[in-house]
Write a protein that binds this ligand. Structure first.
Ligand code: GLU
Length: 320
């Protein structure tokens, strides 16, 4: 239901000719990456400086029970937000189902926006005390790190490279990278696209991952995934590769597109924040923990992704 409503909204906003849901697309498949398989089709990068090993899923443990909304402990960053009167969320406006603008209401909505609303609820007792700042994918790390937003929830993969600049919450969604091709393509996976142009967004993990595929597809960068979809529909690229979540939204907008092959990476989504306020990271983790336990996470999944099947168990929190 939600998907149909979101699609109707996207259809209004889109620049390309858009249509209804493609029946043969299974964008959020039961195909999961087996341990050791995740990087099986990739080769290590040769030109980037080494990133110290870490467990990107491990965040800071919540510090006891959540304070009551409206009563944040003195001297904490939560109190700063409370006094300001709004929580500032950095996110996208064109990622259908996660954070996209609904042209009927003008509001940006989706799974990621609901993460922000739930944190605002915990601070203020009002999910509406949320200011959304639209940021580019390539500004997610810097916006969280320099405090120009309080949180980034934007289909953002927690990885060790990013942990050098930001603090991540525990994981709230497990995605993985796949590839979208034309329904007439013979490609069955990303490996079949050697020498072909595959679009992704500058500053995203998936753009870099395309460059690691053994068969050597040619990565093509665009500023946003909406631009990739337009390039695909104009036959300027042979495919689009990114997280299955994002491809789900695109495939649903284009009946001539389908998502193929298994997930070939793991993309654990987490909320990014400045590392300067560890008490805030612990607070956010306490909110996520409560929402896993009381069914809020499941309801959020069903609201946005329920058209793809029943909600899985929420990702388990890992703490350092
Ligand atoms: N999860 C990705 C990231 O954090 C976003 C999508 C993509 O990379 O294509 O960069």
């Amino acid at each position: 239901m939600r998907l149909r409503a979101a699609l109707a909204a996207a259809a209004l906003a889109a620049t390309a000719a858009l249509a209804g849901c493609s029946g043969d697309t299974s964008p959020l498949p039961s195909v999961t990456v087996q341990p050791g398989e995740a990087r099986a089709t990739t080769v290590p990068p040769t030109d980037s400086p080494p990133v110290p090993a870490c467990n990107p899923r491990a965040s800071l443990r919540p510090a006891g029970a959540l304070p009551a909304p409206g009563a944040m402990p003195a001297g904490t960053y939560m109190e700063t937000i409370l006094k300001r009167g709004r929580l500032v969320l950095g996110t996208s406006q064109d990622t259908l189902l996660f954070s996209s603008r609904n042209p009927f209401t003008g509001r940006i909505e989706g799974f990621d926006v609901d993460m922000g609303r739930q944190i605002a609820q915990a601070i203020f007792g009002d999910p509406g005390k949320l200011q959304i700042k639209v940021i580019g994918y390539d500004k997610r790390v810097s916006s969280a790190a320099d405090g120009s937003v309080d949180i980034v929830a934007d289909t953002m993969t927690a990885n060790c490279e990013r942990w050098r600049d930001v603090a991540f919450s525990s994981v709230y969604y497990e995605a993985g990278q796949r590839v979208l091709v034309s329904s007439t393509s013979t490609a069955r996976s990303i490996e079949d696209l050697g020498g072909k142009k595959v679009c992704s967004v500058a500053g995203s993990t998936s753009f870099e991952n395309i460059g690691k595929v053994r068969s050597k597809p040619v990565p093509v960068a665009r500023a946003a995934f909406g631009d990739c979809l337009v390039a695909f529909q104009r036959n300027e690229v042979d495919g689009i590769s990114t997280d299955d979540t994002i491809l789900a939204g695109m495939a649903a907008q284009d009946p001539y597109a389908r998502v193929v092959g298994p997930r070939f990476t793991e993309e654990p989504y987490a909320i990014a924040m400045s590392p300067a306020h560890p008490e805030f990271t612990r607070f956010v983790n306490a909110v996520l923990e409560r929402n896993r336990a009381d069914g809020t996470w499941k309801r959020t999944y069903e609201k946005w992704l329920g058209d793809f099947g029943p909600a899985p168990a929420p990702p388990k929190a890992v703490y350092r």
